[in-house]
Design a protein around this ligand. Sequence first.
Ligand SMILES: *Cc1c(COP(=O)(O)O)cnc(C)c1O
Length: 389
Amino acid sequence: MRETTRLTSATLNKPRSRRAVNVPVERGSTVLFESAEALYDDDIKPTYGTDGLGTQAELCRMIADLEGAQEAFVLPTGLAALTLPIFAVLKAGDHVLAVNSAYAPVRRFFNTQLKRFGIEVTWYPASLNADDVLALAKDNTRLIYLESPGSLTFDIQDVPSIARAAKARGILTLCDNTYGAGVLFKPLAHGVDMSMQALTKYVGGHSDVLIGSVSVSDPALGKAIYEAIKAWGFFTSADESYLAIRGLRTLHLRLRQSGDSGLKVARWLESRPEVLRVVHPGLESHPGHTQFAKDFTGSNGLFLVVLKGEGEKNSQAFLEQLQLFGMGFSWGGFESLAINCEPQFLSRNKITPEDHAPLEGAYVRLYIGLEDPDDLIADLTQALETIGK
Ligand SMILES: *Cc1c(COP(=O)(O)O)cnc(C)c1O
């Protein structure tokens, strides 16, 4: 054989002699078949790299297991794992009920893209009970979009009751389960049809991966999502999938540590004179705490603190005083983060002004990572004392 042939065919038929502990990163566009007949056999998958190869398949299997689902699919971002299933199940003329505490980019998707495709959305306040949500349903309502707790407002919804009522009306439900990370809450076990996660957050866990998943148990939904992924050409890389699998190995440990530290810091903040209130669903003071305690096995490390004083200027000064908290969006990594929330709350108010009183105080969202909580408390103390001067 010529050199070019030797180089290109060297590994094609090499048997696997050893196996590493971890799933290998299997990259590939082309998939080779054993017979000509197999090329067009619909039962054989993957036929091409866009189907995802061994690494993605293993991640899907692990996520399905975590979510208690029959099937899970991976997508290139968390946001794609929300938009794709919505496109997969809706058509022009359909109507969606969506909770107005939803992750902000989802609101942009509904209000721009879906609108162009002739799909109408009604935003409802997270405080509505199941009957009141369903009272907003129309003949063409096909989907209810849920997120609980809201990742900015921490509003709690009665997801099980809404899912049950929706099912009785033949309306599908899709729940953003990023807060629960597949561990703290199991939407499918509570009757939700599709559970989505930004694996970017706690599953990735190290702020270096963008990836999402959607999990279902109804084979017809699974088929619709698979078809949409194929048709739209979404592909999730083996490297990102590998990192998500790696994150899954330590997910429980990191989530528990972050959640415990988060509660400790939140309780401490509640006792501080500079603090107006702490909005954390794991605290007894949260209006949705009873529902949260019923549905969730614990809280994660994300919550909102409202400081006394004049709005955005105050929260910005506070953020800039912090030494151990990075200023950045996202959460779920090993590092603690903080953002001020006024611009997001005010843009939300433009969509559903009736639901939102004017902001009082300075709004800061904290994410508590894996640092020692006492060091974080010391950092928060110096920041509170400095801006109080
Ligand atoms: C981050 C996030 C997403 C989107 O995930 P990306 O991977 O950043 O696209 C969706 N929902 C929630 C609640 C999130 O926090």
